[in-house]
Write a protein that binds this ligand. Sequence first.
Ligand SMILES: [Zn+2]
Length: 295
Amino acid sequence: MRGKLMSNGELIGLTELLKDACEKRYAMGAFNFCNAETAQAVVEAASALRSPVIMMIGPMEIPLLGVRAAVDVAKSAAREAGVPVCLHLDHAYEYELVAECVEAGFPSVMIDASRMTFEDNIRLTTRVVEIARAKGVDVEAELGAVGRVDDSVVEGGNATSLTSPAEAAEFCERTGVDALAVAIGNAHGVYTRRPELDFDRLQAIRDATSAPLVLHGGSGTPLEQLRRAIEIGVSKVNVASELSRAYLTAVEKAVANGNGKTWYAQALIEAKAAFAAVVADWMNKLGSAGRFLGS
Ligand SMILES: [Zn+2]
């Protein structure tokens, strides 16, 4: 059904969500969670704003929760959501983690072989697409390396790490991925100076391939640059660092205000609310708020 999102309380993959976002020129926020309450915070913000949502967990968070518990927590949050919820594996660098997550019930995964050579990236991504397809799981891959803001090689855009439009076309054609993360001057972490996204490059990538495009390192990106990226064709924006910062700041504040008597659950209740507020802010900024009109 074209452009009609559905919600039946089950976890879904990326494809339907990104298709709707592409058609209607908004972007899906994708938010990292690490435990039950951050998962609830993501989904509760989505419910309140009638926004479809992508919740993600990756190698930085999985050691806390575990793969099976991540699926259980996401399923339980989605059941209450009343909006479409995607569970996505963020930045798996190894085949084994992807295989474990596909087996455990993730409907969507990312394989990040962007630090490898072009041919090795294609080889590993293709292997992942094969096991994913067998289970109806969607796959995001990355071409050109999105580094960290404290990685001086990447910040501001080093030409050797940015995505080549010609390679993007060949990569998507040969691997058949469902979404492609691009490096256009974006970086992970909290920006230490204003990022300058390379919109000519983004447009050339958009012209070269029809795969949905993903912008990693959303945290701290100026609003007008986000809007322009969405206008050109970015339909998924990853947000993690702002969430981490909001959560920790709320815990620190609760501890400081309690003069040594803060009850731990109270600190985490405040942290959960701060986390949800950041998610809601991003849903408004990216235009996904109010997009789910169904039931
Ligand atoms: Zn990322």
